[in-house]
Structure formats: C-alpha cells, structure tokens
Design a protein around this ligand. Structure first.
Ligand code: TPP
Ligand code: MG
Length: 780
C-alpha cells in the first residue's frame, strides 16, 4: 500500500484544496489555450467560461474527491464542462490532446455530452434547467427499478445536479419540483453554485430566502453554505458580529463590485459603513489588503471544509438543495465583474495566475506541476485512490426479446390511436418479457390517448400503495387506477417538459442502472411543442423511447384550432435521434410498434415517434405482407402504378379515404394512376440525403428508396402530395426525380368543424386532390 496523503481530515481538506486550485488552473488554461494559443482559421471567437468554472471548482473538488460514491450520478452545469474535463485529466481518463482540442472538432466538448465526449458523462447539459430536472426523474426511475426488483435498495445512488443559480429561473425546475413531490422522490441532490450572477446581470436580492421556502414546501431539505471557515473565525473575534451583519445585508451588486475591486476597496467601504462600531477597525487592520479580499470572498462554496461537512450532513435519502454561496470568477482577475460570464483572462493575466499558483512556464499542462516530486506523487496517489477512479463503466445489458409478430387489431374500420391501444393491451395481457419492461407515461392524457387498457392491466406505479377509492366504493368506471410498487404506468401532471424528461430518464435506465426499460409516452400531438426542448435534450442524450403524438392534425375536427397539430411532421423529420412514422392503417401501427421496440434497443437505434389519429377509416384488405418491407423504409405503393404512368398521388396518414376516393375517380382519365403511402416522410428524406451524400463520403452510390419507388413512374410524371400537416413534409419528393408537384396540406391554423367541412376548407378532400392533379396536367 502506498501512503495516502490524507490520513486525517485536516490532511484531506488540504489535499482537496490543492486539487481545487489545480482544477481552477486547468479549466482556465484549457479555455485560454483554445482561444489564445491554438491557431484560428475562421475569425470566430472560440469561447469558454473561465469565471463559471472558477466559481465551481471547490464544489466539484469536494464532491468528486470526498462525497461521491461509485453508484452516484452527476449532472454538471454546462459552463463548468472544462472542470469535469480537468477532473478526468487528473484521473488519467482524459488525454492532453482532447483538452488541447477543447471546442474543436473531435475534441472535448464545450458542455458535457454523453455522446460526444470521451470521458464518462452521466448526464448531458447545455440547455439550462433541463440538466438539473433530469436528475429528479432519474431518481424516480431508480426507485422504479428498486420497486420492481431490478436493483437492490443498498445500491441506490444519489442523482446529483451541480447547477448554476440562474437555472433557478427556468420554469421547468418548478414543474419538476411539484411532480417530484407527488412521487416522493429521494436520493436527489441539487448543489447551487450561488454566485448571484447570470449571463447578463447580478441576480435579484429579493430572492434571498425565497428559494428555501419553495424547496422546503416541496419536501426538500435546504442546506445553506454562506460562509467559509475564515469568515466564521473572523465573526467569532471582537467586531466580528458587525462584520457578519454587514455581509448579511450587503446587496448582491455591491458585493460583486467590491470583489472585483479588491482589498483596498473592501477596506474603504467597510470602514465607511461599520468602522465606527466597536473593534471593527482593529479586526480589519489585522488583515493586509490581500488577506482582507480573501476573507471577504471566503464564502461557503469555496471552503472545502464547509463543503465536506455539508455533504456529510446529508447522509439520508431526503432530497437536498445545497445553496453554496460563491463568487463568479473566484481567484481570477475576473472575479465579481458583471460582464465576466464570457469574459476571458488576457495572456498577461493568465501568466500572473500561473505564477500565483506556482506553475512553471512550459509546464502548464502538467497535472501536478510546481508541487515538487513528493507532493505531486502523493496528490496523484490520492486521486488514483478516489472513489471516482473506481466508478463502474456504464452497462449495456442484452436487448429484451421482441415477439416476431404483433397481432393486428381487427375491425373493418379502425383508428391508428385505437390500434395502438389494442397492441399495448394485448402485450399487457401477455407473459412476454417485453411487456414487463414497458413503462408507460403521459402528461394527464392517459385515457384520451388510449393508454387506459394497458394501465388497467398493469397498474399505476407508486412506491407505496394507493387504493382505487372509486373502485372500493363500487362506483362503475372503465379505469382501474390502483397504484402499487409493481405498477408500470407513471402518472404525470400536465407538464410536457416533465413528460419528456421522464421519458429521457427511462430511456437511459440501461446505461445508468444496467436494466433496460422500454418507455412508451403519449401526448396530444400539438403539445409536443410545449416540451420540444426537453424532447431535443432527450434525443441529444441518446435516450431511446417510443413517443406517441395523438390525436393529430385537422382530423381532430370539432376540438378546433388550438388542438390541431400542423407542423409536427416537420418536427418528426427535423429532430435528430427521433424516427417519425405516421401510419394510416391498424396493421401498419402493429408493424411499426414491433419494429420500434427492437430499434430503440439497438445501440445505433433512436427514439421513435408515431403520429396517430382518432379517425376511424376503412382498413385495407391485405392479401400478403409484401408491403411491409417498403413500409418500414418509409413508403409503399398502396395502389401500384402501371409501368411508366404519368402521375401518382402521394399521401401520409388519416386522409387515406379522400386519397382513395380521388384515385377511383381519376382512374378513368389517368389509367394506371398510382397511390404511394408515405409511412415515414422522415426515413424517406433521411435516406434520400444520405444516399446523395454517400457518393462523396466514400459510401455506395445506390438509389434511395424514394427514387426506387418513383422510378416506376414516367420520367415526366407529376405528383400530388397530401398530408394533414405541413405540406413541406412531402412536397420535397418532387426533387428526387425532378417531377412536378402540387402539394396539399395545412399551412394555416385550423378551426372547429366536422371533417367534410374542414377537409373542404383546407383543401384536403377528394375534390382538392382531383383539382390539384388537373392543375398539374393543364400546366404541362
Ligand atoms: C435554455 C437556455 N437559455 C439560455 C442559455 C444561455 N446561457 C448560458 S449560461 C446562462 C446563464 C447562466 O447563469 P448561471 O446558471 O448562474 O451560471 P454561472 O453563473 O455559474 O455561469 C445563459 C442565459 C442556455 N444555455 N440555455
Ligand atoms: Mg450564476
């Protein structure tokens, strides 16, 4: 055994203080190198946030090298990304080359990224607020796994967010607090870097204590770290009480200005304000200017001993908010300046910092430079022995088997939404392992999106049993809402941000906790937009889940314009990490769901989005399964064209009956007219662009699926495209083989009405399709 540097707590504090200084240096130097030393080709500022990093190095040093346990997961405030990189550099998990390529292609990312960074990252961050709330949902997912016997209670980790104080302005934080309270979440820590500065300004003094109230109301313990040990020692001396009171009442902006100005300014102001009070002058005189500046900025969030004590004090599973007072830019010449968010040290200033920290010129990247061989070896030993160095790598458990076929819901007329409900219900009644792994959720729209059948079978999830009072009182209801630890539906209030964050956490259950869950979430299609950033966050984090948007489009009829989704097909196409399908028929729903359950378990898979409808339409009398292969690629000929035909109708989704009616009528004028059912405008478009790109990027220059399908038509053919949504989702198809297009769809807000009226008013009916075709012919 090598001797540990930290045999006593005092030694440990001193060691972590040394690491804090290293992290401050390495994070600042990484940003400096990227901006001032690396050659530039485009004149763009590279950027980076030295002040945001310095604000948090002590918090991170104390957390990572003292409080963290192997099973804990951490979400790091985006702008402290370089500190996380530096920690892994000290641990030997990060290379010099990666740090030198900070913010360059293939290098360390500006903000921690699960998918792009080479170091282990538990949670991606970037969009402020989301990286915080996700930890609460992951603690809920952990509870779900414990309750379902997939994890031992003793293996429960803490889900920790290291957050900026401006993140407390994001509404999604409070949505999450409320939902978290309902679910009685535990094992969640949020540590606020309370530097009272955001990007633009110094934050409002009025919020002092309000955060405590809000969090305590929601069941959290609040631990405030206002003063470091130097300050506490000074307060205990004669005159100290006056100094403490002065700090207590000092407005945030004044504190920031004085911090920036330094020792002489502190002295002048303190003497002016409280110099006449007993013993104060003597107390202040006992510090030189640098000492006074150090004293006044010795806030709790920069004091390793105070941080260790605070973390140690929260030794149960109660959710805990640590408010750690800090100075933005602590220890740097940028400290406290209101413009320091993107501010950067100039070469002279970084040189000065290097000297202060005892690092030799030319040894800036040396992890333990300037410490002397013995000390450096002992520090390295401490780091190597830390819990973090033993953190297990993320697991990739085997996929859950998916049955080879899903039975197709029967019925002459069906809606895609009802078919979705049937497929899930069949699964819920089965003994398939897949059914046991499915977790459903919805933001208060469980019944109206046809999840009810699954929930009746599998129950609501609650750690402690909640009886179904209506049922016990024998009041008839279609819903059996008993909640218990083995339930598989997580009920959410109406907050679509929460919905997407929960789906994200559920989708990360495999890498985070070693057990695969198959998340299925339903939401009214138009309200996807309400949680769009959280959806994007989930996809960016490479979480895989099945999203069902239903009902969709004008086809919602009498519900009217506020509920009719228009641009969701474009969201489905434009969102990376999300494969969008819009089935027309029930058998397509069964096919895509089966495919999705496999695809979202593949390492290169993604989340899947089904855009569904409540409109009941006549089903196709299929005679074979040949359509399926093409349907899974994004489109198939529902009515194959005669070879070389001059025209086709290309459609997506629930307006199939109008399309087929137009087809019947047009056949006399256009014999052999084809009908192409585009089941996924998304896959079709991706395939088209990928095939085009492949020619130039070393791939095979094959024809894309859309090209193959449309090549059945004459080279001079025309197409009418029609979708209950943005026409742009399909109109691009004209570009694949240079065909003329008449695009139908909705590009203005909807309104109430029955379907014939609406389809007529918005030109989605049979006549509109025939007119559009006629127009193409007339213009020949
Ligand atoms: C959703 C979102 N809006 C805006 C931004 C731009 N932005 C980046 S950091 C920041 C302020 C951060 O302040 P704070 O959380 O207090 O961090 P710190 O002071 O520690 O840098 C803003 C507005 C963002 N990253 N995400
Ligand atoms: Mg801040």
């Amino acid at each position: 055994m090598t001797t540990m540097i930290a045999d006593t707590r005092e030694e440990k504090i001193a060691t972590i203080e040394a690491l804090d200084a290293r992290l401050r240096w390495l994070s600042a130097w990484t940003v400096h190198n990227a901006n001032h030393l690396r050659s530039k080709r485009d004149g763009l500022k590279v950027g980076g946030h030295q002040a945001s990093c310095a604000s948090m190095t002590a918090i991170m040093a104390a957390l990572y090298f003292h409080a963290l346990r192997p099973q804990d997961k951490v979400s790091v405030k985006p702008h402290a990304g370089p500190v996380l990189q530096a920690i892994h550099y000290l641990l030997g998990n990060q290379t010099l080359e990666q740090l030198q390529k900070f913010r360059a292609l293939g290098g360390a990312q500006s903000y921690p990224s699960r998918t792009k960074d080479t170091i282990p990252v538990d949670f991606s961050t970037g969009s402020v607020g989301l990286g915080v709330a996700i930890t609460a949902f992951s603690s809920l997912v952990q509870d779900y796994l414990i309750a379902h016997g997939a994890m031992a209670e003793s293996d429960a980790g803490r889900m920790i967010s290291l957050m900026g104080d401006a993140e407390l302005d994001e509404g999604n934080i409070y949505e999450c607090l409320i939902e978290g309270y309902k679910h009685d979440i535990r094992n969640c820590w949020w540590v606020v870097d309370y530097n009272r500065q955001s990007l633009d300004s110094t934050t409002a003094d009025r919020m002092f204590r309000r955060f405590d109230d809000i969090f305590e109301t929601c069941g959290w313990r609040v631990v405030t770290l206002k003063h470091g040990k130097l300050q506490r020692a000074a307060f205990a001396r004669p005159g100290g009480k006056s100094l403490e009171d002065w700090i207590e009442n000092c407005p945030n902006a004044d504190f920031a200005v004085l911090t920036y100005q330094g020792g002489p300014a502190w002295r002048e102001r303190l003497l002016a304000d409280i110099g006449s009070k007993a013993h104060v002058k003597k107390l202040l005189d006992s510090f030189d200017d640098d000492g006074l500046a150090a004293l006044m900025t010795n806030l709790g969030g920069h004091c390793i001993a105070s941080l260790m004590d605070a973390f140690d004090s929260a030794d149960d599973d109660r959710p805990t908010l640590f408010i750690a007072y800090t100075v933005k830019g602590y220890g740097l010449p940028l400290a406290g300046h209101k413009d320091n968010h993107s501010g950067m040290m100039n070469p002279a200033q970084i040189d000065q910092l290097r000297e202060t920290l005892g690092i030799k010129a030319g040894q800036e990247w040396d992890p333990f430079s300037g410490l002397g061989g013995n000390m450096a070896a002992r520090l390295k030993n401490f780091v190597d022995e830390s819990v973090l160095a033993k953190k297990p790598l993320e697991a990739l458990p085997k996929p859950v088997p998916v049955p080879a076929h899903f039975p197709v819901p029967t019925g002459e007329t069906q809606s895609t939404q009802a078919a979705f409900g049937h497929v899930l219900l069949d699964l819920a009644k089965s003994s398939e392992e897949l059914a046991d792994r499915i977790v459903t959720t919805a933001p208060d729209v469980t019944q109206t999106t046809n999840l009810g059948g699954f929930v009746n079978q599998r129950g609501l999830f609650r750690r402690s049993q909640v009886a179904d009072i209506f049922r016990e009182a024998k009041i008839p209801s279609a819903q059996k809402w008993a909640a218990h630890a083995s339930g598989q539906h997580i009920e959410l209030g109406i907050a679509e941000n929460n919905f997407f964050l929960l789906l994200t956490s559920l989708g990360l259950a495999a890498p985070h906790f070693g057990t695969r869950l198959i998340p299925v979430g339903t939401v009214y299609d138009p309200f996807i937009s309400r949680g769009l950033d959280a959806l994007n966050y989930g996809c960016y984090s490479d979480s895989h889940f099945l999203l069902v948007g239903t009902p969709s489009g004008l086809t919602l009829g009498p519900e009217g314009g506020a509920h009719q989704s228009i641009n969701t097909p474009l969201i489905g196409m434009g969102q990376p990490g999300l494969a969008y399908f819009e089935p027309a028929y029930a058998d397509e729903v069964a096919l895509f769901m089966r495919w999705a359950f496999e695809y979202l378990q593949e390492p290169d898979g993604s989340s899947v989005y089904l855009r569904l409808s409540t409109r009941q339409i006549s089903q196709e009398g299929r005679t074979d399964e040949t359509w399926q292969e093409d349907a899974l690629k994004g489109a198939y000929w529902l009515r194959p064209p005669a070879p070389g035909t001059e025209a086709a109708i290309v459609f997506t989704g629930a307006i199939a009956p109008e399309v087929l009616a137009a087809w019947e009528e047009l056949q006399y004028d256009i014999p052999g007219l084809g009908v192409l059912n585009v089941t996924s405008p998304d896959l079709l478009h991706r395939d088209w662009s990928a095939t085009k790109a492949a020619r130039w990027t070393g791939g095979q220059a094959t024809a894309c699926h859309a090209d193959v399908l449309l090549s059945k038509l004459s080279p001079n053919a025309s197409i009418v495209t029609v979708i209950d949504g943005s026409p742009a989702a399909l109109s691009w198809l004209g570009g694949v083989r240079a065909m003329r297009v008449s695009p139908l769809g909705t590009d203005r807000f909807g309104q109430t009405g029955d379907l014939p009226d609406l389809y007529h008013a918005y030109r989605l009916d049979k006549d509109a399709i025939i007119d559009a075709m006629a127009e193409l012919y007339l213009r020949r």
